[in-house]
Design a protein around this ligand. Sequence first.
Ligand SMILES: [Zn+2]
Length: 399
Amino acid sequence: MSNSLQLTNIGELVTANSAGVERYQNSSLCIEDGKISSISDRNGDRVIDCGGKMVTAGFVDSHTHPVFYNKRDEEYRMRLAGATYEEIAEKGGGIISSVEGVRNASKEALVEKVMQRMDRFIAVGTTTIEAKSGYGLNTDSELKSLSVIDEVNQNHPIDMVPTFMGAHAFPKEFSNDHDAYIDLICNEMIPAVTDQGVAIFNDVFCEDKYFTVDQSRRILETGREHGLKPRLHADEFVDSGAAVLAGEINAFSADHLMAVSEIGIRSIVDNDVVATLLPGTTFFLGKSTYAPARKLIDNKVTVALATDFNPGSSHIQSMPFIMTLACMHMEMTVEEAFQSVTYNGAKALGMENEIGSIEVGKKADLILWDLDSLLDIPYYVSDHPIKLVIKNGTIVFQA
Ligand SMILES: [Zn+2]
């Protein structure tokens, strides 16, 4: 049975693809069975008059850590008093401080928390997110985290793309034997994650004091043998050679890259790895070392932007605010930032043929704004004038 919806009187329809941003004036859009069926006038069962306002694709947030129990506002207080991320981690804060909460929480309690977080993502226009485990750091709690993502994904309108991230940090019980934890990930966790059948990607925090290049390579290659696609946290604090590794293993995405080297840039360009930049983390950590977006774009790297939403280093869910940071601190144009939060985010997940732009045959994931132009998205900074969010052709948020 056909189920159609028509959006008429769209003042400006804005969409991005690999070539950049395209704009259509005074257009309309037809949706059938959850997908875009035409960008022109055609009758639908139901008609929405957009009142001359702007319509864009929904945001694709390609890097988030939403499965945690406790907030970490105490660390925020420490940072405001001058402590660095590294100092907080040395005092028992950081990633490890979220582990106890996830291990002790029931699946139901975590589902409730994550459902609420997804409501907020939808309300600020995000229609697809990548979601990582990585606060369990033992087999049971990593599987529990992934099953939380699976359950929320089935019961919430947002689309979640699950990533296994057992290699997020070394849990306390392995602090003196890192190699044994790598063995656990490769010999037990990855096969169990594959048996569970939820995760699509495998991610590693390849960084000084976290996972070395050799350890990361082993984990990502083992994952690939089990059908998990590689992506990695790379060169966030220092150049550890992670971007080079990302190219060598053909990762879908290398993320952060604040300290990426020239040779790292060459490696990701030559192997078509998306660079996912996370300016919210730089901002939230009170740093000024934003990733070199301009240099990456000028070197023909595909740049995606994401929130890195997590309780410690980026308590940010808004992609419009990420666009503001990219435009103000990373020398990105508004059009580049928009392409990076939609089409390029989809590419970072290998989903650019399904989502990320307004094209016939793609999912009808759309935002109707109470705005007239793209420039107004970053310009409004803390205010997100959204009238409607449509996911798979259905209205899922209304102001
Ligand atoms: Zn992250």
